[in-house]
Design a protein around this ligand. Structure first.
Ligand SMILES: Nc1ncnc2c1ncn2[C@@H]1O[C@H](COP(=O)(O)OP(=O)(O)OP(=O)(O)O)[C@@H](O)[C@H]1O
Ligand SMILES: [Mg+2]
Length: 251
């Protein structure tokens, strides 16, 4: 049975997709089979990993159909990337959330879709959208654990508190346990604000949950533009070791 990990924070632009792609890359690097689910209607991971055609094509079955119709399963939409197998997002995913509102068992749809998987990956990494709603809830409900990226900026504390309230709500309403595998403090720089935030992350979460420091690195951006994690990118990047450590912790 695959371990399912949701990379989530409803705050936008904190590094969910960057962490998701590089954690997936690190797991691949240590020999694990990874399925990556791009649950974000923006499709940043899908396009970043080189599947713009799949994102734009609204004619065939897509993740939207997987969640909203019983005509197709997740097996019909998977594509292969060097480092992982991808369930791509699709432009139609913007319709998923409004349409799921009136559906029965709407928050369970992703879990149900993943149960139909023919392949047997070691890990399923779910990249979440930047808002709290049915899609994020469905990732929380489907997953075994979460990894929470947060910017090393003072606006992050409130976002992280709100996210953990939602995790508590899902756990209570669905009688589920969601583990927190790691906090990824992202875009850390050498300044007072980063230092203050690192202290807040560490005091709030350690020792129960490890806090990783991901520094601001242009190599992370460039690897993404090249359609890979930093592990398949020609440029050296010292953040590789951080993602490998994170991979060991989630294993
Ligand atoms: N450590 C980093 N160093 C440099 N650039 C980074 C770093 N982390 C993220 N970025 C850049 O910041 C931007 C936002 O990151 P990313 O898309 O991963 O965040 P996100 O939380 O997934 O965003 P969204 O909420 O829109 O889904 C991207 O352009 C990404 O390349
Ligand atoms: Mg993203």
């Amino acid at each position: 049975m695959a371990k399912k990990i949701a990379i989530t924070n409803q705050k936008g632009g904190v590094g969910k997709t960057t962490v998701a792609i590089n954690l997936a890359g690190a797991l691949n690097q240590v020999g694990e089979d990874v399925l990556f689910v791009d649950l974000d209607p923006q499709g940043n991971a899908t396009e970043g990993l080189g599947f713009t055609g799949e994102y734009d094509d609204a004619s065939g079955p897509s993740l939207y159909d997987t969640l909203l119709s019983d005509q197709s399963t997740i097996n019909d939409i998977l594509v292969d990337h060097d480092e992982l197998r991808l369930a791509p997002s699709n432009i139609e995913m913007f319709n998923a959330e409004p349409e799921l509102i009136t559906e029965m068992r709407n928050r369970e749809r992703l879990d149900m879709a993943l149960e139909q998987l023919d392949a047997d990956p070691d890990y399923i990494i779910i990249d979440c959208p930047p808002w709290l709603g049915i899609l994020t809830d469905s990732a929380l409900l489907a997953c075994d654990s979460i990894v929470v990226p947060g910017l090393a900026e003072s606006t992050s504390t409130r976002a992280v508190e709100i996210l953990f309230d939602q995790v508590d709500t899902i756990e209570e309403n669905f009688d589920e346990t969601i583990a927190v595998d790691a906090i990824a403090a992202n875009r850390v720089e050498n300044d007072g604000e980063s230092d203050e935030m690192m202290t807040w992350f560490r005091e709030t979460f350690e020792p129960a949950v490890p806090v990783y420091e991901i520094r601001k690195r242009v190599a992370l951006k460039r690897a993404w533009s090249n359609g890979t994690s930093i592990f398949h990118h020609e440029e050296e990047c010292d953040m590789g070791d951080v993602f490998l450590e994170m991979a060991e912790v989630v294993r």
